[in-house]
Design a protein around this ligand. Structure first.
Ligand code: FES
Ligand code: FES
Length: 165
């Protein structure tokens, strides 16, 4: 079956088996390996991508079900090849990653959170990432990274004094 998606702002299409998951489609058909394969049954969250801006487990969605939707993967968050976005940078700075296996999913989950809530509390961050397992148990630094990114993004987005003149 033909599936057509918008992935990181680009139109993409592939011929897939109806049973192919969105995760396998992104990785094997489109070469986007930022979505990681973990448990493959909806538990770990390593395969998280954004579907129309909402975090979803791409191992639980068939590629054909995502036909016509807008998908974002971690590759789409970098401002330019070789550069890091604010959230990615904050993860580096706070050591919010150890092996890195959970990191793309954590970053996308944080991105979705900060899109709807620019200044989340620690409890809101904890609640938001509670669906994503970090096998290295680096949760403290991950929470710190998201908090730092929220702080930096709110400064970037704050109206400048004297702006508009
Ligand atoms: S690989 Fe999808 S939730 Fe674990
Ligand atoms: S950094 Fe290793 S799984 Fe989270």
């Amino acid at each position: 079956m033909k599936v057509e998606l918008t992935v990181n702002g680009k139109q993409m299409a592939a011929e897939v088996e109806p049973r192919m998951t969105l995760l396998d489609c992104l990785r094997d058909e489109f070469g986007l390996n930022g979505a990681h394969t973990g448990c493959e049954h909806g538990v770990c969250g390593a395969c998280t991508v954004l579907l129309d801006g909402q975090p979803v487990r791409s191992c639980l969605i068939f590629a054909v079900q995502a036909d016509g939707y807008d998908i974002a993967t971690v590759e789409g968050l970098a401002p330019a090849p070789g550069e890091l976005g604010v959230i990615q940078d904050a993860f580096c700075e706070t050591h919010g990653m150890q092996c890195g296996y959970c990191t793309p999913a954590m970053i996308l989950t944080a991105h979705a959170l900060l899109q709807r809530n620019a200044s989340p509390t620690r409890e809101e961050i904890v609640e938001t990432i509670s669906g994503n397992i970090c096998r290295c148990t680096g949760y403290g630094q991950i929470i710190e990274a998201i908090s730092l990114a929220a702080d930096r993004l709110s400064r970037i987005n704050a109206p400048q004094a004297g702006g508009g003149r």
